[in-house]
Design a protein around this ligand. Structure first.
Ligand SMILES: NC(=O)c1ccc[n+]([C@@H]2O[C@H](COP(=O)([O-])OP(=O)(O)OC[C@H]3O[C@@H](n4cnc5c(N)ncnc54)[C@H](O)[C@@H]3O)[C@@H](O)[C@H]2O)c1
Length: 359
C-alpha cells in the first residue's frame, strides 16, 4: 500500500503521542518508515503511545509546537522526507475551559510548522491536519466541499479556521514558488477507534464505563455523527502525501476525508451497538441524561469527491466493521493482552487488505 513510498524514509509526526498520532506512527513503522515524533508530552493515562511502547520505536522530541525555534531546530536536525502535522489542542470541551491555549496551540503552532517549511532547503512533503470543523457550519444537509467558506462559532472550530488562513497565507507568500516543498491540508471529522482515552469523547466514555461493568450516560442521544474509524482519514493523509511526493496532485490544496454516507448514525445507535458487541444489554447499558453542557454544532458532513477523483481515495470500513474494530481493541486491552502492538498491526493489515487503491 502507498507504493512502498514510506520505506526507509524519515517521517516527522507532530502530535505523535496523541490518538491519531499513535495510530499514524504505528502504520508508518509498519510501512518501514524511520519515524520522528514531536510532542509536548503524553496527554492521557493510559495512552496508546505507552501501551504500544512507541517511545522505543521512534526518535522522540519533547517540545512545544508553539516554540518556533525548537521546532525549526528539530526540522533542521531531522531533515524529514515527510511531515504530518497533528499537534493540536484537539478537544472541543477543553477549548471552552482553555480558549487561549487552544488558539495559541492550534494557530501559532501551525504557524511554527509553516515557518519551518518556508526555511526547508531539501525535498520535503508535508500534510497539515486541520479539521472538518474548520468549515463555517451553516447546518445545511449537504456535504462541505473544499472551497466552501471557513469559520467556526466555538473556539476550537475558530482556531482550526484560523490555522487554515495561516496555512493559506504562508502558501501564497512563500511556498508556492518553492518546488522542493510540497504541501497540502487534510480535513476530516470525528474519528473513533481503539486506543483513545481522551476526555469527552463518546466512544472513550462508553468503553470505560463498560469495562467497569457500568452503564454509560449520554447527553445528546439523537445527535448524529458521521462515524469513521481512525484508519480512514489516516489512509487519506498517507495517500495524499504519497500523491504529493509523486507529483500526482497539485501542492497547496485542501482535501476532505470522510466516511461513507451510511455511517451517519445517532449517538444512541452507536452506543447500543457497542454495548451489544461488548456483551451488555443495550437497553440497560445506556442512560440518557439529556444535558448538553456546552454548545456543539449539529450536523457537519464532508463531500469527499475530490479525494476520490484525484487520489482514488474512499472510505473502506463499513459501520459494522468500524464497531467490531473498536470492540476488538478495547476488549483485548481490558483482557490484559500482552501484545497490543501486534493486535493493532493486525487491524492495520486487515484495513490494507480491504482497501483497494490502485497505488
Ligand atoms: N480525534 C478526532 O476526532 C479529530 C477530528 C478532527 C480533527 N482532528 C485533528 O487531528 C489532530 C490529532 O488529533 P488527536 O485526536 O490525535 O488529538 P490528541 O488530543 O489525542 O493528541 C494531540 C497531540 O498533540 C500534542 N500537543 C498538544 N498540544 C501541544 C503543544 N502545545 N506542543 C506540542 N504538542 C502538542 C499532544 O501531546 C498529542 O500528541 C488534531 O489536529 C485534531 O484537531 C481530530
Amino acid at each position: 500500500m502507498f507504493g512502498n513510498i514510506y520505506k526507509g524514509k524519515k517521517v516527522l509526526v507532530t502530535g505523535n503521542t496523541g490518538f491519531k498520532g499513535s495510530w499514524l506512527t504505528t502504520w508508518l513503522l509498519h510501512c518501514g518508515a524511520d519515524v520522528y515524533g514531536y510532542s509536548n508530552g503524553v496527554l492521557t493515562e493510559p495512552s496508546m503511545y505507552r501501551v504500544l511502547n512507541l517511545e522505543n520505536q521512534v526518535h522522540q522530541y519533547w517540545a512545544d509546537i508553539r516554540d518556533r525555534g525548537a521546532f525549526a531546530d528539530c526540522m533542521r536536525q531531522v531533515r524529514p522526507d515527510f511531515v504530518f502535522h497533528l499537534a493540536a489542542q484537539a478537544i472541543v470541551s477543553t477549548s471552552y475551559k482553555e480558549p487561549f491555549d487552544t488558539v495559541t496551540t492550534n494557530v501559532i503552532g501551525t504557524a511554527a510548522v509553516m515557518d519551518a517549511l518556508k526555511e526547508a532547503d531539501w525535498e520535503l512533503t508535508a500534510v497539515i491536519i486541520t479539521s472538518d470543523k474548520a468549515y463555517d457550519n451553516v447546518e445545511w444537509i449537504w456535504g462541505y466541499r473544499e472551497n466552501d467558506r471557513l469559520g467556526g462559532k466555538d473556539v476550537y472550530s475558530g482556531s482550526k479556521g484560523a490555522a487554515e488562513l495561516v496555512i493559506k497565507s504562508y502558501w501564497h507568500s512563500f511556498l508556492k514558488n518553492k518546488p522542493n516543498v510540497r504541501m497540502a491540508v487534510a480535513r476530516a471529522g470525528n474519528v473513533i477507534g481503539g486506543g483513545d482515552w481522551s476526555r469527552d469523547r463518546i466512544v472513550v466514555d462508553t468503553m470505560q464505563a463498560f469495562a467497569r461493568g457500568e452503564a454509560v450516560e449520554i447527553r445528546s442521544p439523537k445527535a448524529t455523527r458521521p462515524w469513521q474509524h481512525v484508519l480512514e482519514p489516516l489512509s487519506g493523509y498517507m495517500r495524499l502525501a504519497q500523491a504529493l511526493a509523486a507529483g500526482e496532485v497539485k501542492s497547496g490544496e485542501a482535501f476532505n476525508f470522510g466516511p461513507r454516507a451510511e455511517q451517519t448514525k445517532t449517538v444512541l445507535q452507536l452506543v447500543r451497538d457497542l454495548a451489544a458487541g461488548w456483551g451488555m444489554n443495550p437497553d440497560t447499558a445506556v442512560r440518557i441524561t439529556g444535558e448538553v453542557p456546552f454548545e456543539e454544532a449539529k450536523l457537519l458532513k464532508l463531500n469527499c469527491d475530490k479525494a476520490l477523483a484525484y487520489l482514488s481515495w474512499h472510505a473502506t470500513l463499513n459501520y459494522e466493521e468500524t464497531v467490531r474494530f473498536i470492540i476488538e481493541w478495547y476488549a483485548a486491552f481490558h483482557r490484559g493482552e500482552d501484545d497490543m502492538l501486534q493486535l493493532t498491526n493486525r487491524q492495520i493489515e486487515e484495513y490494507e487488505r480491504r482497501h483497494d487503491y490502485s497505488a
